[in-house]
Design a protein around this ligand. Structure first.
Ligand code: ADP
Ligand code: MG
Length: 753
């Protein structure tokens, strides 16, 4: 089950909720994603989700009353919500339509959400403001009033303190009840009560106000970062115009079902995948591909949800429900990316496990040892210094900013039409030293054209065409398409039987009474069919009728524009080894490798050879990325450290199989993903150095006795705010990998292999 915890922006509380939910009966595991605010709960199957949901709501309400628990993302006001006085009750309606439905709809609303939810309610903000005014007033009173009236200024400071900190103290008391002692609330309560006891009234008030302000900015920064990211990954339309007989009606996009007819006006996003039934327009595909090059859509053309209609009204027959359409699928895919935690994120979790107790124990030592050992040192001073230690004991800045960095990188990439399925794959991208490519459809367009035909002596062109077309009738391979186009021979499907396709080799089929075989030389050798050998360039397709060689077709493909730039760019980014694996013959493969400047070319590879070759390459490298097109190379995609699929737009298979999907067919996007991964990494390192630097500086000063509570709070929430702001730079990153200026397809280099 997946729940959205809106307004949960505090690292400690999130960890606590995660732990307590995981301990609930019938829950196997729970993990919270800081980047998206989602709590993933793994439950025993034979248990009602509703019960767990209610238990989570209760728990969250007791720990963090301002957090809203939802089954769906978004900020849509439900009918029941209007009766609420606090934000937390619109959870109670619990979306009765059931979790499956509930999880999926409502996306259209989520970009509006959040600004009110910065983890702090309006009332608290006003209280904090009044506390500040009182605080300043307290100093005036102290300075202006005679000392006989000192009680007045003390009263004002106390008022400021209580106003700014009463909920901190209440939370601290509640948490002690839960047996959860060391959280920020508790530490702040102890630190300030300590100050009050020591007679430092202004200090107590000031610290509490500073803490409140810090928390406010921290919550706001987290919230803004989350919103900014979710905006970049927001692909779907909000409304749709349903054609209902003579009329059209505007409905929520999520209600659109396959079979509906809809109108899409100029400038609107297409709400669901479908087919044009009327009109001609140009579509902006940039929300999906990052590229706004207009794509023509006319009668019969398929259109995908998320694309923006250009100049004319289009009438579309919907072919997939809103939920199953491309835009929603992609959004889910990216959201789920935060479930796969990156290495740095895991490191931070492990680090926190040692850091916090270490600092807490040091705090104890600091309170006790110096007064005992150093002459003249008072317990009062050192207890105060140890309280400072406690405040610095939360690794909040890192726990908050690292997951957001990963998700920022993923969001930034999605703006380019690059979908990354997890933070762990960003890690692979920046570490990789070896890139392995498939040839056809990856480095070449995979759009073959027949260059030459050679027939066996006693075979007529007509029977050769029949055989070739029959053999390729069922195949989806780009070669098959080229052969069908070339032969232009109609085949009755009923005349075909016993079809078999052998990946990396070819096909076999019974056609009327003939036994047809189509494929490469290796395949024919295996079947003991004698073939002439082609000495020239090109991809060769042999055809046999009843185990007799009947003729061959020589096909040519084109190397993709930008492919050479991409290989050169990878070298510049420090990639050691570039390799191509191809099922095509070695000669053709070598030629492509030469043009592109690849380090190594392995041809004549069957799919299983690709796997074993890849394993050998992988052994010799640090991290290996495989780039393919999802055709015949799913096993290699699966064993690579990160598998990239090219041209994913509209291909469900590629989206399923790969770890990283390039929606458009541009090799330069490979470079861009590496570039974004490296930049994300850089920002994370900066954040770690910054956050830990500030903390250790404060800890150091404190050990020396120069600690101040203000510094500690700065090292806590201030560092968090700075690192989160730094993280949002990822979203704005311009990128080093520049686009090629040539985008007109007619200017593609005509490189025939
Ligand atoms: P690549 O590794 O270049 O992407 P594939 O593994 O998809 O190539 O295919 C390898 C080879 O297998 C092709 O070059 C072709 O010779 C042969 N082949 C595969 N499928 C077919 C088919 N349907 N018809 C003819 N030949 C095929
Ligand atoms: Mg291929």
């Amino acid at each position: 089950m997946k729940l959205y915890l809106e307004g949960l922006t505090c690292a400690n509380c999130a960890g606590k909720i995660e732990r307590l939910v995981a301990k609930m009966p019938n829950v196997n595991d729970a993990s919270f994603s800081m980047a998206t605010g989602t709590l993933n709960i793994e439950e025993d199957i034979d248990f009602s989700e509703e019960t767990t949901f209610e238990a989570v709501v209760k728990l969250v309400k007791s720990l963090e009353p301002h957090v809203v628990v939802r089954k769906t993302k978004g900020h849509k006001i439900d009918k029941t919500a209007s009766h609420c006085h606090d934000g937390s009750c619109n959870i109670v309606h619990g979306e009765k339509e059931g979790a499956h439905e509930g999880q999926h709809h409502d996306h259209e609303a989520h970009h509006q959400h959040g600004h009110e939810h910065g983890g702090m309610e309006k009332r608290e903000k006003i209280e904090l403001l009044i506390a500040m005014i009182l605080f300043v007033g307290g100093f005036f009173a102290k300075a202006l009033l005679p000392s006989s009236l000192a009680l007045v200024s003390m009263g004002i400071f106390l008022g400021a303190y209580l106003l700014a900190g009463y909920h901190v103290i209440i939370m601290a008391l509640k948490n002690i009840g839960h047996g959860q002692i060391f959280d920020e609330n508790f530490l702040m309560a102890i630190a300030t009560v300590g100050a009050l006891i020591l007679g430092e009234w202004p200090e107590a008030a000031g610290v509490m106000i500073f803490f409140g302000v810090g928390e406010y900015f921290q919550a706001k920064a987290v919230d803004n970062a989350r919103n900014a990211i979710s905006e970049t990954i927001h692909f779907s339309a909000e409304n749709a115009h349903l054609i209902d007989g003579e009329n059209t009606r505007t409905i929520e996009a999520s209600k659109v079902k396959a079979g509906d007819q809809i109108l899409v006006k100029p400038g609107e996003k297409i709400p669901a995948d479908g087919q044009v039934v009327e009109g001609l327009s140009y579509l902006d595909t940039s929300p999906l591909t990052g590229e706004s090059y207009p794509r023509k859509a006319e009668l019969g053309d398929p259109v995908l949800s998320g694309m923006i209609n250009g100049n004319e009204v289009l009438k579309i027959k919907v072919t997939k429900d809103y939920e199953d359409s491309t835009a929603v699928k992609i959004m889910h895919l990216i959201e789920e990316a935060s479930d796969r935690k990156g290495k740095t994120e895991k490191f931070i979790t492990r680090f926190s496990r040692y850091y916090t107790p270490t600092v807490v124990i040091s705090a104890l030592v600091l309170a006790i040892l110096p007064p005992l050992l150093i002459e003249g040192a008072s317990f009062e001073t050192w207890i105060y210094q140890s309280l400072i230690f406690l405040v610095v004991s939360c690794p909040c800045a890192l726990v908050l900013s690292i997951p957001i960095s990963y998700f920022g990188g993923i969001g930034r990439a999605s703006k380019e039409g690059i979908l990354i399925k997890g933070g762990n794959y960003l890690d692979v991208l920046y570490q990789a030293d070896t890139f392995v490519f498939d040839k056809t459809g990856t480095l070449t367009y995979g759009e073959f054209s027949v260059l030459q035909m050679l027939l066996a002596d006693d075979v007529s062109q007509e029977s050769f065409f029949q055989a070739a077309a029959a053999g390729e009738f069922f195949s989806n391979h780009p070669i098959a398409e080229a052969v069908r186009n070339y032969t232009k021979t109609q085949i009755q499907e009923s005349a075909l039987s016993d079809y078999k396709e052998i990946p990396g080799k070819g096909t076999q089929v019974k056609f009327n009474n003939q036994y047809i075989q189509v494929g490469n030389q290796a395949f024919f050798n295996e079947s003991d069919i004698k073939t002439p050998t082609w000495e020239g360039q090109g991809t060769v397709v042999y055809v046999a009728i009843d185990n007799q060689y009947a003729g061959m077709l020589i096909l040519g493909d084109q190397i993709k524009e930008n492919a050479a730039d991409m290989v050169r760019g990878l070298k510049n980014l420090g990639i050691k080894n570039t390799v191509m694996l191809s099922g095509d013959n070695q000669k053709t493969a070598d030629r492509v490798g030469q043009v592109l400047g690849l380090d190594q070319v392995i041809g004549d590879c069957l799919p299983q050879d690709k796997v074993s070759e890849f394993e050998q390459i992988k052994e010799k490298s640090r991290k290996t990325v495989y780039v393919g097109d999802g055709m015949n190379d799913a096993p290699v995609l699966a064993i690579s450290d990160a598998g990239i699929a090219m041209g994913g737009l509209g291909s469900d298979a590629a989206i399923e199989a790969a770890d990283i999907i390039l929606m458009k067919d541009d090799p330069l996007d490979i470079l861009k993903s590496v570039d974004i991964a490296k930049y994300t990494r850089k920002i994370m390192i900066q954040n770690i150095v910054l956050a830990l630097g500030i903390k250790f500086l404060v800890l150091g000063l404190t050990v020396l006795g120069y600690g101040e509570m203000y510094m500690a709070i700065f090292a806590d929430v201030g560092a968090a705010v700075i690192t989160i702001l730094n993280t949002t730079r990822i979203l704005k990153y311009k990128g080093r990998a520049s686009r090629s200026s040539v985008s007109d397809p007619s200017l593609r280099p005509k490189e025939v292999n």
